[in-house]
Design a protein around this ligand. Structure first.
Ligand code: PHE
Length: 491
């Protein structure tokens, strides 16, 4: 298409947007828990090794491909070999799946933000979340109608995404100057509040006490790599699209290092905010710490609210701060996925950013309504599990193979070194060709094996076939359809 590609105003915008995408809910509700369970302070060793041997090399690769070829994922892969365009579409379709369920968490956050004013959940947090808010049905088979307040939350989420993406890079650039620093400031407020409570130090000690014997367990290493991939927003075409909005001479490697380190630093930091609060909660409830320690939705919508109820003062304020933190953390991750998708569409068929964004938002809004139903929670859980554990891992693996073995990797490395501040050595080649694919392949095999032995989450098999494998197959088909759909002769 002959449309002039938009570009970031400067490098700061690009780096902030990349950090905004990477730093998300995963940093707050997953990292601290994974670290605590996987050796505490000792987990930082595999985590940082994973960051340097796979995370940053893949970030460099994705950002660099986008920048060099000035295209989003489908055309990047399509220009390497024709048929591979399909692979790029597949990645984007999986990303589309993520944004649809990621928005669910944001919709709950809106609902909770409202309830923070009165602390409506007080003293019955679990019941409140599962029964009053989610009105959870007996299983995935019983879906029911969308629940109105979650639909409102969903609407606010998609409206925000639409308004932010409407003018493309131009409007994103304005928003990230707020949505990237703000959650950091809010996390600091939560941390200060947490640290000044009794029991906080016990919590932190729990979080960080190193258990080096854990490092002998290979599954801890795999967890570290798994955590890195999702956290850096890899394998869904996001960093490729963001890289494609850089102009041709832009620096890559140092920006990737900054993004990777900022993301992991935020995770580590968030752990202090979370565990100081958990330490307090354990103390006031007189429970051992492991009993109050959770991750995911349980942490954000049950455990943390419980701690908020028990605070000596300013409960509502801290509640509001917490849910605004979740919203600002999540929104830039969500819109980065959508932008990766629409950038792919625009590359191939042209069209105005505003219209494409509108269409995507409306379609995604309607699809996401499934998650606002009484059975929605189960489907949310299943889709999340499959896209991350099977989709992401397979795309990541494919990406390493395509770039490592089909693309001219050495020439690409020379190109990156030519434009970049930090020079890549042979380690980068080793990371892309050997370390990352071997690790991803192992994770994939282990995940498939685990699923064969026992269905995830105790759901009936049909539910994981429909919501899990079904979604993966659907994304493959949709990817195929987008690949084959001809380019119209416009203009
Ligand atoms: N990195 C985001 C997080 O940690 C999630 C995400 C994954 C965003 C993939 C975009 C793409 O929450």
């Amino acid at each position: 298409m002959a449309i002039e590609r938009e570009h970031w105003k400067n490098r700061t915008s690009f780096i902030l947007a990349a950090i905004g995408s990477a730093v998300g809910l995963g940093n707050v509700w997953r990292f601290p828990y994974v670290a605590y369970q996987s050796g505490g302070g000792a987990f930082l060793i595999p985590y940082f090794i994973a960051l340097f041997t796979a995370g940053i090399p893949m970030l460099v690769l994705e950002m660099g491909l986008g920048q060099r070829l000035q295209k989003a994922a489908p055309e990047v892969f399509g220009s390497i070999r024709k048929g591979l365009e399909w692979f790029g579409w597949w990645a984007l379709c999986l990303g589309g799946g993520i944004v649809v369920y990621y928005s669910t968490v944001l919709s709950w956050s809106w609902v909770y933000l409202w309830h923070s004013i009165k602390l409506s959940w007080a003293n019955q947090e679990e019941l409140f979340f599962m029964q009053e808010i989610l009105q959870r049905s007996s299983g995935p088979g019983e879906i029911g109608a969308p629940i109105w307040y979650m639909v409102v939350g969903m609407f606010l989420t998609w409206l925000s995404i639409y308004l932010i993406l409407r003018k493309g890079v131009r409007s994103v650039e304005k928003v990230i100057y707020v949505t990237v620093p703000l959650p950091m400031i809010l996390l600091t407020i939560l941390l200060i509040r947490g640290l000044t409570l009794p029991g906080a130090m016990d919590g932190i000690r729990y979080y960080l006490t190193p258990d080096f014997s854990m490092l002998r367990n290979p599954s801890i290493w795999l967890r570290a790599y798994g955590q890195i991939f999702f956290s850096l927003s890899l394998a869904f075409g996001v960093m490729i699209a963001y890289g494609s909005f850089l102009d041709r001479k832009s620096e890559i490697t140092n920006s990737a290092f900054i993004t990777g380190l900022a993301n992991c630093g935020t995770s580590f930091f968030a752990g202090f905010a979370v565990f100081s609060m958990l330490g307090y909660l354990a103390k006031v409830q007189g429970l051992p710490l492991p009993e109050v320690t959770t991750s995911g939705t349980g942490l954000a919508f049950v455990t943390y609210p419980t701690a908020i109820t028990m605070l000596p003062a300013l409960n509502s304020v801290i509640g509001i701060v917490f849910f605004i933190t979740l919203l600002t953390l999540g929104i830039d991750s969500a819109f980065s996925l959508q932008e990766a998708f629409t950038a792919g569409i625009r590359d191939k068929w042209g069209g105005s950013q505003e219209k494409l964004t509108l269409y995507f938002t409306i379609i995604a809004f309607f699809i996401s309504l499934i998650f606002t139903t009484r059975g929605g929670f189960y489907w949310f859980d299943i889709v999340d599990k499959w896209i991350c554990d099977f989709g992401l891992v397979t795309v990541g693996l494919g990406q390493c193979i395509i770039i490592g073995y089909i693309y001219n990797l050495r020439d690409f490395k020379d190109y990156l070194n030519h434009v970049s501040e930090i020079h890549l050595g042979a380690w980068w080649i080793v990371a892309i060709r050997y370390v990352t694919p071997v690790v991803l392949f192992t994770i994939l095999i282990m995940n498939v094996r685990a699923e064969i032995i026992e269905t995830y989450g105790g759901y009936p098999r049909w539910a994981s076939v429909v919501g899990g494998w079904g979604v993966i197959v659907l994304s493959v088909i949709l990817g195929y359809f987008l690949w084959r759909k001809p380019i119209k002769n416009n203009e």
